[in-house]
Design a protein around this ligand. Structure first.
Ligand SMILES: NC(=O)c1ccc[n+]([C@@H]2O[C@H](COP(=O)([O-])OP(=O)(O)OC[C@H]3O[C@@H](n4cnc5c(N)ncnc54)[C@H](O)[C@@H]3O)[C@@H](O)[C@H]2O)c1
Length: 412
């Protein structure tokens, strides 16, 4: 497989903001071939094709829409047909709401496709185990898109932590609050109290990152959530405060919300502080992940949701640069993450026989830079524990790894 076909299932915000432009950039460089996008109906596909940002950056790029642009009948099962029509051992990217990841990933593996899924992989640990086993048996790559891992600062701190420069993690605080306008998006139809919550949706990034930096495993989670109404009347846990205990006794507090003011200057607020120590000395890590040092005052706001006259743009996640040539060139850790995952699928495929592909998969699992079902299953346990806790008023849920991984409310 030199230039695989790629089918993206899901045509929403993350496909627009990160997945599709990353794939188009890879296609420009010849790394991948044809791109298809399958959504529930034609509306999000029309919006993708009409996006001014995407047109300006990729004036000549196209995707195959499933269903057709003008077909507005909901077709929840169409992805199976689209994946089924692909030649085996190409790539499926899963970008549907969290609770549908499992079905799409299973369909892709059964059709013999390599898979890249947006986070969280799935909502249950047992599903992650099953996916890992099924994919490994067929020599297929499954990667989870935790793009914060590809922010250079995450890789820098990981190396220094693992070199022993900070001693051991003790206490930490992380926050990621998206802007208020998110409540008006399609989230209000699926990110509701019975399916998800602000911690499950965005808190998982920093839980994954603390493991990525330290190698520690989460062993207990309590999540306090405030129910709030979306504009359409649906109810969600739109404000959450979580406490995650790690297997060395360390404690990470994680605050998340769809509630950062639209009038605030960045696209969100996010960051991580970690207090660490050796026996006789303290150490400190602090990443301001929103404010990257740029301050602009425009003559007027752009009018886009959450845009402001005073603006602190983030240079790092996903930006378009005019480097000459056709359109614009995307840069940032969002691009690097998709690129690394799709290239891993290509590398596994190029390893050849089933045995060689399985060896390549084991190597990726062990290296631990790309998140896979085998090396990041603690995230599914945190998902399960977090949901159990939030639905029980914030009671602590305990994660056990032995003899069988499981989650239960702490008994007193
Ligand atoms: N920071 C991140 O890593 C990040 C950010 C945003 C979203 N996400 C994840 O991406 C996923 C999608 O989020 P989003 O913001 O794009 O959501 P969205 O609501 O904007 O889009 C969801 C898309 O899924 C499609 N869809 C739903 N059911 C389908 C089906 N049966 N077949 C085909 N398509 C179907 C819809 O048509 C829509 O295009 C979620 O899992 C979310 O957690 C990750």
């Amino acid at each position: 497989m030199s230039a695989p076909e790629v089918t993206v299932v899901g045509g929403g915000m993350i496909t627009h903001d990160q997945i599709l432009p990353s794939l188009w950039q890879m296609q420009r460089g010849g790394a991948i071939g044809e791109i298809a996008v399958c959504a529930l109906n034609g509306k999000p596909l029309r919006e993708l094709a009409a996006s001014g940002t995407l047109k300006r950056a990729f004036p000549a790029s196209r995707f195959h829409p499933y269903p057709d642009f003008d077909d507005d009948r909901p077709q929840p099962g169409l992805f199976r047909e689209v994946i089924g029509r692909m030649p085996a051992r190409n790539v499926v990217i899963v970008a549907v709401p969290d609770q549908f990841h499992y079905d799409v990933i299973r369909a892709a593996i059964e059709a013999g496709q390599h898979v890249v899924s947006v986070k969280p992989l799935v909502l249950k640990h047992s599903q992650a185990v099953e996916i890992e086993q099924q994919a490994h048996a067929r020599g297929l790559f499954v990667g989870v898109e935790y793009h914060k891992r590809f922010d250079d600062r995450s890789l820098i701190v990981r190396r220094r932590y693992r070199d022993g420069r900070f001693g051991e993690f003790k206490l930490g605080t992380a926050s990621l609050l998206e802007k208020w306008y998110y409540r008006h998006s399609n989230f209000q139809n699926w990110c509701t109290a019975e399916n998800s919550d602000a911690f499950a949706y965005i808190g998982c990034h920093y839980v994954d990152l603390v493991h990525f930096i330290t190698g520690l495993l989460p062993v207990a989670v309590s999540v306090y959530g405030l129910r709030d109404k979306y504009p359409n009347g649906n109810e969600g846990f739109l404000w959450t405060d979580a406490r995650v205990i790690w297997n060395n006794g360390a404690c990470l507090n994680v605050q998340n919300a769809l509630g950062f003011p639209d009038d605030a200057p960045g696209s969100n607020i996010q960051g991580l502080s970690m207090y660490c120590a050796t026996g006789d000395r303290g150490a400190w890590i602090r990443h301001d992940d929103q404010y990257r040092g740029m301050q602009y005052v425009y003559t007027a706001s752009s009018g886009d949701p959450g845009s402001t006259i005073y603006h602190e743009p983030s240079t790092e996640y996903f930006q378009y640069l005019d480097l000459g040539g056709e359109g614009m060139t995307p840069v940032g850790y969002g691009l690097r993450s998709v690129d690394a995952l799709v290239r891993a699928a290509i590398d596994v495929e190029q390893a050849g026989s089933l045995e060689h592909r399985q060896r390549a998969l084991r190597q990726i699992d062990e290296t631990g830079i790309l998140a896979t079902p085998a090396n990041s299953r603690y995230n599914e346990l945190v998902m399960e524990a977090g949901r159990l806790s939030i639905l029980n008023g914030g009671r602590e849920a305990v994660i056990q790894y032995e003899p069988q991984p499981s989650v239960q409310l702490r008994q007193y």
